[in-house]
Write a protein that binds this ligand. Structure first.
Ligand SMILES: C[S@@+](CC[C@H](N)C(=O)[O-])C[C@H]1O[C@@H](n2cnc3c(N)ncnc32)[C@H](O)[C@@H]1O
Length: 171
Protein backbone atom coordinates (compact mmCIF):
# COMPACT_ATOMS: atom_id res chain seq x y z
CA UNK A 1 0.00 0.00 0.00
CA UNK A 2 1.47 3.41 -0.88
CA UNK A 3 2.42 5.55 2.16
CA UNK A 4 -0.12 8.23 1.26
CA UNK A 5 -2.95 5.72 1.76
CA UNK A 6 -2.29 5.38 5.50
CA UNK A 7 -3.39 7.79 8.24
CA UNK A 8 -5.34 10.99 7.84
CA UNK A 9 -5.43 13.00 4.65
CA UNK A 10 -4.21 16.59 4.70
CA UNK A 11 -7.80 17.71 4.43
CA UNK A 12 -8.68 15.77 7.59
CA UNK A 13 -5.61 16.99 9.48
CA UNK A 14 -6.46 20.61 8.66
CA UNK A 15 -10.15 20.13 9.40
CA UNK A 16 -9.55 18.41 12.75
CA UNK A 17 -6.91 20.96 13.79
CA UNK A 18 -9.23 23.88 13.14
CA UNK A 19 -12.15 22.10 14.79
CA UNK A 20 -10.02 21.41 17.88
CA UNK A 21 -8.66 24.95 17.91
CA UNK A 22 -12.16 26.41 17.92
CA UNK A 23 -13.29 24.07 20.72
CA UNK A 24 -10.22 24.93 22.81
CA UNK A 25 -10.78 28.64 22.24
CA UNK A 26 -14.41 28.38 23.36
CA UNK A 27 -13.27 26.59 26.52
CA UNK A 28 -10.49 29.14 27.12
CA UNK A 29 -12.80 32.14 26.66
CA UNK A 30 -14.87 30.92 29.61
CA UNK A 31 -11.78 30.17 31.68
CA UNK A 32 -10.39 33.71 31.30
CA UNK A 33 -13.71 35.56 31.34
CA UNK A 34 -13.17 37.18 34.73
CA UNK A 35 -9.39 37.35 34.53
CA UNK A 36 -7.76 40.54 33.25
CA UNK A 37 -4.65 40.23 31.12
CA UNK A 38 -3.26 39.94 27.63
CA UNK A 39 -4.20 37.41 24.97
CA UNK A 40 -1.45 36.47 22.52
CA UNK A 41 -1.81 34.92 19.09
CA UNK A 42 1.50 33.55 17.76
CA UNK A 43 1.01 33.26 14.01
CA UNK A 44 -1.32 35.79 12.41
CA UNK A 45 -1.29 33.87 9.13
CA UNK A 46 -4.45 34.69 7.20
CA UNK A 47 -5.96 36.25 10.33
CA UNK A 48 -8.70 33.66 10.87
CA UNK A 49 -7.94 32.99 14.51
CA UNK A 50 -7.27 36.65 15.18
CA UNK A 51 -10.69 37.48 13.73
CA UNK A 52 -12.24 34.88 16.06
CA UNK A 53 -10.41 36.32 19.07
CA UNK A 54 -11.45 39.90 18.48
CA UNK A 55 -15.10 38.93 17.99
CA UNK A 56 -15.25 36.85 21.18
CA UNK A 57 -13.03 39.02 23.35
CA UNK A 58 -14.15 42.62 22.76
CA UNK A 59 -12.14 45.09 24.83
CA UNK A 60 -9.40 42.55 25.58
CA UNK A 61 -5.72 43.45 24.99
CA UNK A 62 -4.82 41.18 22.06
CA UNK A 63 -1.34 41.03 20.55
CA UNK A 64 -0.81 39.07 17.35
CA UNK A 65 2.63 38.08 16.07
CA UNK A 66 3.98 37.15 12.66
CA UNK A 67 6.99 37.82 10.46
CA UNK A 68 4.70 38.99 7.64
CA UNK A 69 1.19 40.33 7.38
CA UNK A 70 -0.67 38.32 4.76
CA UNK A 71 -3.98 38.38 6.62
CA UNK A 72 -7.22 38.76 4.69
CA UNK A 73 -8.27 42.37 4.24
CA UNK A 74 -11.22 41.85 6.60
CA UNK A 75 -9.02 40.20 9.26
CA UNK A 76 -6.45 42.96 9.65
CA UNK A 77 -5.27 43.65 13.19
CA UNK A 78 -5.05 47.23 14.38
CA UNK A 79 -1.58 48.76 14.37
CA UNK A 80 -1.30 48.54 18.16
CA UNK A 81 -2.21 44.82 18.14
CA UNK A 82 0.15 43.65 15.37
CA UNK A 83 3.73 42.73 16.26
CA UNK A 84 5.69 42.19 13.06
CA UNK A 85 9.02 40.38 12.94
CA UNK A 86 10.64 37.16 14.08
CA UNK A 87 8.95 36.00 17.27
CA UNK A 88 12.36 35.03 18.67
CA UNK A 89 13.04 38.79 18.74
CA UNK A 90 9.65 40.47 19.08
CA UNK A 91 8.26 38.48 22.01
CA UNK A 92 11.26 38.96 24.34
CA UNK A 93 11.27 42.65 23.37
CA UNK A 94 7.80 43.01 24.96
CA UNK A 95 8.86 41.37 28.20
CA UNK A 96 8.65 44.48 30.39
CA UNK A 97 5.08 45.16 29.23
CA UNK A 98 3.56 41.68 29.39
CA UNK A 99 5.66 39.47 31.71
CA UNK A 100 3.37 37.52 34.03
CA UNK A 101 0.26 39.15 32.54
CA UNK A 102 -0.77 36.83 29.69
CA UNK A 103 -3.90 34.83 30.55
CA UNK A 104 -4.18 33.06 27.18
CA UNK A 105 -1.61 32.39 24.46
CA UNK A 106 -2.38 30.50 21.27
CA UNK A 107 0.72 29.16 19.53
CA UNK A 108 -0.40 28.42 15.98
CA UNK A 109 2.93 28.18 14.20
CA UNK A 110 2.90 24.67 12.81
CA UNK A 111 3.15 23.58 9.20
CA UNK A 112 3.60 20.28 7.38
CA UNK A 113 7.42 20.61 7.78
CA UNK A 114 8.64 18.38 10.60
CA UNK A 115 11.94 20.21 11.18
CA UNK A 116 10.24 23.59 11.30
CA UNK A 117 7.64 22.24 13.73
CA UNK A 118 10.32 21.01 16.13
CA UNK A 119 11.96 24.45 16.02
CA UNK A 120 8.82 26.52 16.54
CA UNK A 121 7.55 24.22 19.30
CA UNK A 122 10.87 24.61 21.13
CA UNK A 123 10.68 28.36 20.62
CA UNK A 124 7.15 28.65 22.04
CA UNK A 125 8.05 26.40 24.98
CA UNK A 126 11.02 28.67 25.75
CA UNK A 127 9.50 32.10 25.18
CA UNK A 128 5.94 31.79 26.44
CA UNK A 129 6.39 30.72 30.10
CA UNK A 130 8.05 33.98 31.22
CA UNK A 131 5.07 36.04 30.04
CA UNK A 132 2.30 33.79 31.35
CA UNK A 133 0.18 34.74 34.35
CA UNK A 134 -0.39 32.23 37.17
CA UNK A 135 -2.95 29.72 35.84
CA UNK A 136 -2.42 31.21 32.38
CA UNK A 137 -3.45 28.97 29.50
CA UNK A 138 -1.26 28.01 26.56
CA UNK A 139 -2.98 26.45 23.55
CA UNK A 140 -0.82 24.98 20.81
CA UNK A 141 -1.17 23.20 17.51
CA UNK A 142 2.03 21.32 18.41
CA UNK A 143 2.91 19.47 21.62
CA UNK A 144 5.06 21.64 23.90
CA UNK A 145 7.47 20.59 26.63
CA UNK A 146 6.66 23.00 29.45
CA UNK A 147 7.95 22.93 33.01
CA UNK A 148 5.54 24.17 35.67
CA UNK A 149 2.49 23.66 33.45
CA UNK A 150 -0.11 20.90 33.58
CA UNK A 151 -1.56 19.46 30.41
CA UNK A 152 -5.33 20.01 30.42
CA UNK A 153 -7.70 17.42 28.86
CA UNK A 154 -9.19 18.66 25.61
CA UNK A 155 -12.78 19.90 25.74
CA UNK A 156 -15.61 18.11 23.92
CA UNK A 157 -15.39 18.66 20.18
CA UNK A 158 -11.58 18.52 20.05
CA UNK A 159 -10.04 15.28 18.84
CA UNK A 160 -7.04 13.95 20.79
CA UNK A 161 -3.70 14.96 19.31
CA UNK A 162 -5.10 17.73 17.12
CA UNK A 163 -4.47 20.52 19.63
CA UNK A 164 -2.79 20.82 23.02
CA UNK A 165 -3.82 22.70 26.16
CA UNK A 166 -1.63 23.62 29.12
CA UNK A 167 -2.22 25.61 32.29
CA UNK A 168 0.43 27.23 34.45
CA UNK A 169 0.57 25.85 37.99
CA UNK A 170 0.01 28.26 40.85
CA UNK A 171 3.35 29.40 42.27
C1 LIG B 1 -0.29 28.20 10.59
S1 LIG B 1 0.02 29.89 10.22
C2 LIG B 1 -1.06 30.73 11.35
C3 LIG B 1 -2.51 30.62 10.98
C4 LIG B 1 -3.37 31.68 11.62
N1 LIG B 1 -3.56 31.43 13.05
C5 LIG B 1 -4.70 31.88 10.92
O1 LIG B 1 -5.73 31.86 11.61
O2 LIG B 1 -4.71 32.05 9.71
C6 LIG B 1 1.60 30.12 10.94
C7 LIG B 1 2.16 31.52 10.81
O3 LIG B 1 3.27 31.62 11.71
C8 LIG B 1 4.24 32.46 11.15
N2 LIG B 1 5.52 32.12 11.78
C9 LIG B 1 6.06 30.88 11.92
N3 LIG B 1 7.21 30.95 12.59
C10 LIG B 1 7.41 32.25 12.90
C11 LIG B 1 8.44 32.95 13.60
N4 LIG B 1 9.50 32.30 14.10
N5 LIG B 1 8.34 34.30 13.73
C12 LIG B 1 7.26 34.96 13.20
N6 LIG B 1 6.26 34.34 12.53
C13 LIG B 1 6.34 33.00 12.39
C14 LIG B 1 4.20 32.19 9.65
O4 LIG B 1 4.65 33.32 8.93
C15 LIG B 1 2.70 31.89 9.44
O5 LIG B 1 2.02 33.03 8.96
Amino acid sequence: MPAFMSGLSRLEKTLFRLEAQRACLAWAFEEIADRPGFVLELGLGLGRTYDHLRRHLPGRDILVFDRVNVAHADCQPTADQLVLGEIEETLPALHDRIAGRVVLANSDLGSFDRESNLAVAAMSARLLPPVMAPRGIIMSDLPLELDDFDEVPLPPGAREGRYYLYRRREP
